[in-house]
Design a binder for this molecule. Structure first.
Ligand code: ZN
Ligand code: ZN
Length: 247
């Protein structure tokens, strides 16, 4: 699978761009976002989440190393490949300034896409195997562990919602990048156990809620992550509508 991607990336796309006389966009946009997420995660692991990092390594250094290998593979290899595809084939505007409405739309579509994929991976025997790796970290979490997922999960639950968002919203590249940065940063935040006691707005998935998801302690399943808490928003809307309907 990866070989096919690489052949397409390295050989077919440049040839196609030569024939069509269309400039091929630089590959480093996705790599920069990947490096920024990786280094922010490592920085957070070693500062705010230092005690969890020590605990995680003490519990199983092997699991921690396996996790970090997945993190690097996802952020430095897979992510940039998908980004390259979106940048070249979906995004048409590479000039305009950030448009916050476009960014908001990217984040909300990602939120729905992730929720759907995550729920499916918990409820369907067919998809569960892709999510098992991430749930090996149920006891102790650190920010970087947010990206310690199988390559299939990273593609299906993390990248596909961005691709669908880019296709539906047709954002400019700067709005799209900001959307990715928000989602990537919040993913690090919700995996920061040290932030469990922070008072969070209920509209968003808090580190406490996501830790409870990992440990199976949520009263109601919360598959939403890492931004909007769709289960909470849905239950509130249901109450509002039922009140309106009762009148
Ligand atoms: Zn899960
Ligand atoms: Zn998680």
């Amino acid at each position: 699978m990866k070989i096919k991607f690489l052949i397409n990336l390295l050989l077919l796309m440049p040839v196609k761009s030569l024939i069509l006389r269309k400039p091929i966009r630089a590959y480093h946009g996705g790599l920069e976002l990947g490096i920024a997420t990786l280094s922010t995660g490592i920085l957070m692991d070693n500062t705010i989440a230092k005690s969890s990092l020590i605990k995680l390594k003490e519990n199983s250094n092997e699991l921690y190393n396996d996790g970090m290998k997945k993190v690097i593979n996802n952020l430095i290899l897979l992510g940039p490949i998908y980004y390259f595809g979106v940048d070249n084939f979906i995004i048409s505007d590479h000039i305009s300034e950030i448009n916050l409405i476009e960014t908001f739309n990217i984040v909300i579509i990602h939120s729905f896409g992730y929720y759907t994929a995550h729920r499916l991976m918990h409820r369907s025997d067919l998809f569960r195997k892709y999510h098992n790796f991430h749930h090996k970290f149920n006891e102790t979490l650190t920010p970087s562990i947010g990206n310690a997922v199988s390559g299939s999960e990273f593609t299906f639950a993390y990248m596909t919602p961005f691709m669908i968002g880019a296709y539906l919203v047709d954002p400019n590249i700067n709005s799209f990048n900001l959307g990715i940065m928000i989602v990537a940063f919040m993913n690090l935040v919700i995996h920061t156990q040290e932030l469990s006691d922070v008072n969070y707005n209920k509209l968003f998935v808090s580190p406490k809620t996501h830790l409870n998801h990992h440990q199976g302690k949520n009263k109601k399943s919360t598959y939403s992550a890492p931004t909007f808490n769709l289960e909470y928003i849905y239950s509130e809307l249901k109450i509002i509508f039922s009140k309106l309907y009762d009148r």
